[in-house]
Structures are given as C-alpha cells and as structure tokens.
Ligand binder design. Structure first.
Ligand code: PNS
Length: 165
C-alpha cells in the first residue's frame, strides 16, 4: 500500500484557527494516517491577516499537540501543488452552510481541473460549530464579545490583545 495515499491536507487561512477548524482537523486525523494543516501565507495578502503565518501555525501546533499524526506548514503556491509536493492525494475541508457549498464547489472544480488525481473530501461541520468562522470571531473580539468556547484560550487572549479597544 502506498502510504502517501493516506495523507490529507487540511488547507485554510486559519486567521486564527477556531474550534470548528480543530473539530475538522481532529476528525481528519481519525480517518487519515497523516494530516498536514496547510496554512495560506500569501505575500499578496500580507497585511490582510491579523496574525503572521508563524503565529497561526503556532496556534495550530499547540492545539493539536495531542494528535501525533498532525503537523502544520505554511504554503504560498497552488493548493494542489502543495498537496502533490507532499505526496498527498486528499484535501479535507469542512462544510458549514449553503454559502460554503457554492464556494467549495467552485474550488473543487478548479482544483480538480488542475490535478484530477487529488480528491477533495468534505466533512460536515458539527452542529455546534456550524455558525463559526474566523471573521465572525474577530468581529466579536473587536467589540468585546464573548469568544470563550469558540477558539482555544490562548487564541482568545491574543485576539483580545490585538483587537479589543
Ligand atoms: O477560506 P480560506 O481559509 O481562505 O481558504 C484558503 C484555501 C487555500 C483553502 C482556498 O483559497 C482554496 O481552496 N484555494 C484553492 C486555490 C488555490 O490553490 N489558491 C492558492 C492558495 S495559496
């Protein structure tokens, strides 16, 4: 068996990682032998993310240290190229609502066109996270809302430092 076929990439901006992302990553880790969390680090988006790629990766590493088969890496090329360079045949993403479906369908078709042998696998969001997004958490944090249980504690602390008035 080619063990490379048992590797999955969980891609995203993760600015910052939420408990919804961590739910999907944990579920992917239970299905695949190896999970690489791919953190988008686009120079073109520089200044648009609240946290640097290094800090975003650090949050994910800390949250997944109990999972021996998960690691996080930055990437700035095409997602399918990143996956193929790693030898991964699967991309795993979470799906929340109909709005996600439209975007992900487009991404799926584009990615499939670039690399037909890389399969995209979608995990339905757990109900308690079906409303959760990094941008929603940032908005809440900006105005002093309660973000406990939405992100790990140390992420919440850093968000408050960066965003609260
Ligand atoms: O919604 P996100 O978290 O910003 O998603 C990022 C990502 C990479 C998962 C999404 O943009 C995607 O699926 N892109 C496919 C096209 C691609 O490879 N873009 C380059 C990213 S560096």
């Amino acid at each position: 068996m080619n063990l490379n076929n048992r590797m999955a990439v969980c891609p995203g901006s993760y600015d910052p990682v939420t408990n919804g992302h961590l739910d999907v990553i944990g579920r992917a880790a239970a299905i695949f032998d190896e999970v690489v969390v791919g953190v988008v680090n686009l120079p073109i988006r520089k200044g648009k993310t609240l946290f640097t790629a290094e800090e975003r990766i650090g949050f994910i590493e800390r949250a997944t240290e109990h999972l021996g088969n998960v690691r996080a890496e930055a990437f700035s090329n095409l997602l399918v190229d990143f996956a193929q360079d790693l030898g991964a045949k699967s991309i795993v993403k979470g799906l929340r609502a109909i709005s996600d479906f439209e975007y992900e369908l487009e991404m799926h078709q584009l990615n499939r066109r670039q690399a037909p042998d890389v399969e995209s696998v979608y995990l339905m969001a757990s109900p308690q996270y079906s409303f959760l997004s990094s941008s929603g958490v940032k908005e809440l944090a900006t105005f002093g809302g309660n973000i406990q249980d939405l992100v790990p504690d140390y992420v919440a602390a850093r968000l408050k430092e960066e965003l609260s008035r």
